[in-house]
Design a protein around this ligand. Structure first.
Ligand SMILES: Cc1cc2nc3c(=O)[nH]c(=O)nc-3n(C[C@H](O)[C@H](O)[C@H](O)COP(=O)(O)OP(=O)(O)OC[C@H]3O[C@@H](n4cnc5c(N)ncnc54)[C@H](O)[C@@H]3O)c2cc1C
Length: 306
């Protein structure tokens, strides 16, 4: 693992511009899987200016940079990340509702956005209730359910280019697919979403019903990152994994959830290697039985990953 020792003067410069800068931060603390070695640098920025300055310094250092949302869809490798993990806080995590639009920083937590929209009597985003990420992560992943995905609600997205300039991309300049978008690799700063005026009470009931369904079908309250694999066309990854007899299968501290076979749960200090072995085993068995290739939905971050 290559390691760049960040010089004290560079650290001091970063600390002058960013809200929080720490070295060798365990990534297990920063994701819902609770797995992963240290990030060489962990940087929190609370405004566009802080983000611009931090990215400029990191670029100058030639340190790889990873934009982290809430860490609810990532598997960090056991060796950690040889670079800087950057998180958006403060102003970049705020949202406001103006009429039927929501204007939000990419660091805004989706559960708060959903609650805010429902209480304002605005519909569209309530189907994402229970998705524990940030707006930025949701946009990059085009988070969604069988009821709809966030891309359908997007009016515009603000990204920051390598020169630190903000650019607003309108809806027709973006593309969203099944758990993917044209925003991968960009630095997403914020977005405007468009909602539909709806009956508040009906929205609240829908949210309750969707949360109840999640509680009945998903291993809530455990360390996991949601669905591990994308559903192949016309089928469900969970059904296929269950059909090959892997429900409940355990390697090291990682287990295919006995409740939902497309979830892997960190049951006892699992390593990224344990999870990767389970992923490979599920792919192998499904390939052998069904001649189907399961594609991971999660982002695997580290030397072997993205
Ligand atoms: C219990 C549970 C249930 C879930 N249910 C669902 C579900 O129903 N539907 C669904 O789609 N997903 C679901 N997920 C997965 C996950 O919550 C979503 O993919 C979520 O949108 C990820 O957001 P995040 O902020 O956690 O992103 P992260 O996991 O932090 O990052 C995901 C990707 O987005 C990138 N990214 C994040 N923020 C930015 C930014 N500002 N700029 C550029 N890139 C950025 C990261 O670099 C990474 O590539 C679930 C997860 C859990 C744990």
């Amino acid at each position: 693992m290559p390691s760049v020792t960040v010089a004290a003067d560079v650290l001091a410069e970063l600390r002058r511009h960013a809200t929080r800068v720490r070295c060798e931060v365990p990534l297990a603390e920063q994701c819902t899987f609770h797995i992963g070695g240290p990030a060489e640098l962990y940087v929190e920025v609370a405004s566009r200016e802080e983000l611009r300055q931090a990215l400029s310094i990191l670029r100058h250092l030639k340190l790889p940079c990873f934009l982290l949302g809430a860490g609810s869809n990532v598997l960090f490798c056991d060796h950690g990340f040889p670079g800087a993990v950057v998180r958006l806080r403060g102003q970049l995590a705020e949202y406001t509702i103006e009429g039927t639009s929501l204007v939000a920083g990419a660091g805004a937590m989706l559960p708060f956005v959903v609650k805010g929209a429902v209480e304002a009597g605005l519909g569209g985003v309530e189907s994402l209730v229970g998705v524990p990420g940030t707006l930025g992560g949701a946009l990059v992943m085009n988070a969604g359910t069988s009821e709809g995905a966030i891309g359908e609600l997007v009016n515009a997205v603000e990204v920051m280019g390598p020169d630190g300039e903000g650019t607003t991309l309108s809806r027709h300049e973006l593309s969203f697919g099944y758990r993917t978008s044209s925003l991968g690799g960009s630095v997403v700063v914020g977005a405007t979403l468009r909602f539909l005026p709806s009956d508040r009470q009906a929205l609240r009931q829908r949210v309750s019903a969707l949360l109840k369904l999640r509680a009945e079908t998903q291993p809530l309250g455990t360390f996991n990152v949601g669905s591990i694999f994308k559903n192949p066309p016309g089928d469900r990854a969970g059904r296929l994994i269950e059909a090959v007899g892997l429900k409940g299968h355990r390697i090291g501290g990682a287990q295919i959830s006995p409740r939902h076979a497309n979830f892997i749960v960190n049951v006892d200090r699992a390593t990224a290697r344990d999870v990767s072995l389970l992923i490979a085993e599920a792919q192998r068995r499904v390939r052998d039985c069904f001649q189907l290739e399961l594609e991971p939905e999660i982002k695997i971050v580290g030397p072997q990953g993205t």
